[in-house]
Structure formats: C-alpha cells, structure tokens
Design a protein around this ligand. Structure first.
Ligand SMILES: [Zn+2]
Length: 482
C-alpha cells in the first residue's frame, strides 16, 4: 500500500513534469474513455467469475473477486495502469493475431494495460487483466518475442492459475495438518515464534513448487497459442533468454557514462570507498524482477520446440514494434523518475542517449536527475534519491556516479552539475523538470544571466500558463524583469 500512497504524492507534486517533447516522444497520457471502458469491463469480469465459481470456497472467492475489482479500479484511476491509445492499440493487434489463430479460447475477457512500475515484468491478475510494465519491452528485439510474453500471460489466465493457487492456500489452511500444527504451537511454552516461522516457511515452500508448475503450464499452453499463429518458434526461446539476460544489462554498456557526465572523481578506488554496505538502507525496489527459474523455462521451451521439429528462424523488427519499443524505453525512464529513483533513471537515460543522441527528452531526464542528486547531497538527504554505493552494486557506471555524489567535494560537484545542465540546455527544452532544475542551479551558482533566466521562465510559462507551478520557479523577483 505504501507504494500507492507514494504514487499519489508524486502525482500531486511532479505532475508538472509529464511534458514530453512532441517530435520524438509524444505525450504518454491516459485516455479517459479507454480507462473507463477498462474499469467497466473488468468489474463485469470479476462479477461473472464470482457468480460462476464452483468450488468449496464460494463466499471467500466472492469477497476476493469484489476486492480484485476495487483494486483494478483504484490502479486505473490513480494512473498505475496507463491507457495511452497508440501503445494499447499496438498491444491489441498482437492480442488479436493470437486470438484469431486460437478461436477455441475466449479472448473477449482479456484486457491489456500498461502498468507503471519501476522494474521489468508482466503479469496476469486472474480477472483477465494482463499488465505489461514498460521496462520489460526494452529488452526485446522484435514483436514475436513480445507476443510470446503475452501468450505466456494469456495462458496463466486461461488456466485459471489465480483461482487454483488461492484454492491451494485455502486447502492448506483448512487442513487437519495445519490446524493440528497451530494447536501444537499454541500449547508450547517456549519457541512459539520459531515454530510459527517454520510453519510459514513450509507453506511458502509448497507455494513455490506450485508456482513452478504453473510456470511450466503457462509456457506449454503459451507456446501452443503462439505457434498456432505461425510465429517464429526460435523467438519464443529467445524471449525467455532475454529475461535471463536482464540482470546483466550493464555488461552490454562499454561507454564510460561517468566520464560523459563530467562528474568529479572521488579519491580512492570504488571498492575502497564502498566498504559501508552495513549502513546501506533497505533497497527501495529490486530493479529487475524477472520470472522465476528462467534457465529452467528456457530448457522446457527449447525441448518442446525441438520435439515439434520447428525450424530455426529469426524475426526482423517491424517499424510498429520499434516505435512501441521507443515509447516504452522513454516511459521506463520517466517511471524511475516518478518513483524518485533518480540514480537508476540517470544511468538508464544516459544509456538511451547513446541510441538517441539528439533526444531533448532524455537530456531533460538526465539533467533533472543530476540536479536531484546534487540537491539531495546539498541538503544531506541524498539517500532519498539514490542508493548508497555498495559492493553489491555490480554496475561500474552506477557505482562511479554514486561515488561522485556521495564522496566528492560539494563545490566541485555543483560546477559539474551546472556544466552538464548548461550543455544540455537548448531553447527547445520543454520539460518542466529540466527548466526548474536549470533555473535553480543558476541561482545556486550565483549566475546573474537575466537573458537566459527570462527565456527559461517564458518557456516554463508557455507550458504552465496559469501559474499553477510558479512556486517551483522561485526566481521571479530576484532575477527576472517582468
Ligand atoms: Zn508466468
């Protein structure tokens, strides 16, 4: 729940920021009609599941489906689920391709959404909602890989894994074995806690083994759905391989992002500086949450593909796929910023700038992130915006950047961040976050450049004309002639 309170706070506070340069990345905004349609459809779905459920936990499932419906509505209304028309239309064409080739399955209850979370994954909630998180798309090469991902999620839905998993849990809680063990623990004089933990662990262990079985089923049915549409078999194997590669993303980057950012070098080698991971606070999020047992899954699918004597093939990316992928790349950066994970957003944005060197949008993201990190350091709250450097961070670029922000001298850092913003600033810049950061940084440097400040302010007012966010631009009296 914490996540969503935080989201609401962020939306109230940073909604000035969602402006995106039109030439390269159009507004990624929810269409209210599509959103309302989703809410309506998903509540019908849940109501119908609640009435058609046959099993021994009817009242429990009725409560559960009602809750599911409320959750979906909440996620949609609070922009956790995004309903941006062009990207949803693209995902729906992939869904339709699979639906047409698999008419024995009823796809009418499947609702695709894009979910705003700062990690790479996709999931099926059981009521027909299939959520794709933008970051996962950034790892794929072509639309067959993305389609296989969807097929795997469709299979979870058609196999009713949600209902089956919950039923297993209820079965366990209602079992004599469980009840006896609870009674036994209650009778114990000592060691109640340890025994209770052991009981919970046993349950977790059995859930994990079920979830492994469901993954296998989802791959096996998912592959059937996929191959029925005559898609390239090799790409289904590649999709799962990509999931495995995600956690090693940084290996692919040979560019010294640290140098490109012009940050001051801190004394000492990273590993000498890093011996502080006892102090590292709980990490906010796992950046990459891949499906369980990726290697195992790759093996299953490969075996199945070979058994069917499918030919080795390769799919070329379509323009539509590349456009969708770009939207997801930019949006995944934006999501990290909105979750205040500006260290990760900075590295991601700089890596994307290698691919899109002229992107004003990415420059704005990087500039804003640099400013936030500097701001955090200046106000002794850097930990709000970035992880502590630690031995556990295997990405040398990230480690170097964190090192600079945590350990270099503040005046040097100030100059480096100002230089970066200055070199990234153009009059085309339309991102409110960037404009505010640049203005504040000029102020911090004591630079009295009235010309630039006036331009910045005008640019800013162009996008926020009713002065709604004027307080984030606090220099009107000091520097700017009105
Ligand atoms: Zn799965």
């Amino acid at each position: 729940m914490v996540v969503f309170n935080r989201l609401i706070y962020l939306f109230a506070f940073i909604s000035l920021s969602s402006y995106v340069s039109a030439q390269e990345h159009s507004d990624f905004k929810t269409n209210e009609k599509l959103r309302d349609l989703y809410i309506e459809r998903v509540s019908e779905q849940n109501a119908s599941f609640a009435t058609t459920y046959v099993g021994e936990y009817k009242s429990k499932f009725q409560t559960l489906y009602r809750k599911r419906s409320k959750d979906a509505k909440y996620y949609a209304e609070n922009d956790v689920y995004l309903f941006e028309p062009s990207s949803l239309e693209y995902l729906n064409t992939l869904k339709n391709k699979i639906a047409v080739a698999n008419q024995q399955f009823d796809f009418s209850g499947v609702n695709l959404v894009i979910a705003k979370f700062p990690w790479a994954n996709a999931y099926s909630t059981g009521d027909g909602t299939i959520a794709v998180i933008p970051d996962i798309v950034t790892f794929y090469d072509n639309e067959d890989q993305l389609t296989y991902l969807l097929c795997h999620e469709f299979a979870h839905y058609f196999s009713r894994h949600f209902e089956r998993q919950i039923t297993k849990t209820y079965d366990y809680i209602e079992s004599d074995e469980f009840k006896d063990r609870v009674k036994e623990i209650n009778r114990m004089e000592y060691g109640k806690n340890t025994s209770a933990v052991a009981l919970l662990n046993d349950n977790l262990y059995s859930q994990r083994s079920h979830s492994r079985r469901y993954e296998r089923e989802a791959d096996s049915l998912g592959l059937v759905l996929y191959l029925n549409a005559s898609l390239c078999a090799t790409e289904s194997v590649n999709e799962v391989r990509k999931l495995g590669e995600m956690s090693e993303e940084f290996d692919k980057s040979s560019v010294l992002i640290f140098d490109r950012l012009g940050l001051p070098k801190s004394a000492g080698e990273p590993n000498e500086m890093m011996n502080i991971h006892d102090a590292e606070r709980e990490s906010k999020w796992d950046l990459v949450k891949s499906h369980p047992d990726v290697e195992q899954r790759e093996e299953w699918i490969l075996e199945e593909v070979e058994r069917r004597q499918e030919e080795i093939c390769e799919t070329a990316p379509t323009d539509e796929f590349l456009k969708f992928k770009m939207q997801m790349e930019f949006e995944s950066c934006n999501i990290l910023v909105e979750y205040d994970m500006v260290d990760a957003a900075l590295i991601k944005s700089e890596r994307l700038r290698i691919k899109y060197p002229n992107s004003e949008y990415l420059k704005a993201i990087s500039g804003y992130c640099m400013y936030q990190l500097y701001f955090g350091r200046k106000h002794h709250e850097l930990f709000n915006y970035s992880r502590m450097p630690s031995e556990n961070i295997k990405d040398p670029d990230l480690l170097n950047v964190l090192n600079s922000f945590y350990f270099s001298r503040l005046p040097k850092l100030r100059v480096a961040v100002y230089d970066f913003l200055k070199s990234s600033y153009t009059i085309n810049q339309r991102d409110g976050r960037f404009l505010v950061s640049y203005a504040r940084m000029m102020n911090d440097m004591g630079i009295e450049d009235k010309g630039t400040m006036t331009k910045l302010k005008k640019r800013y007012q162009q996008f926020y004309p009713n002065g709604k966010f004027a307080k984030y631009f606090p220099y009107s009296t000091k520097h700017v002639n009105n």
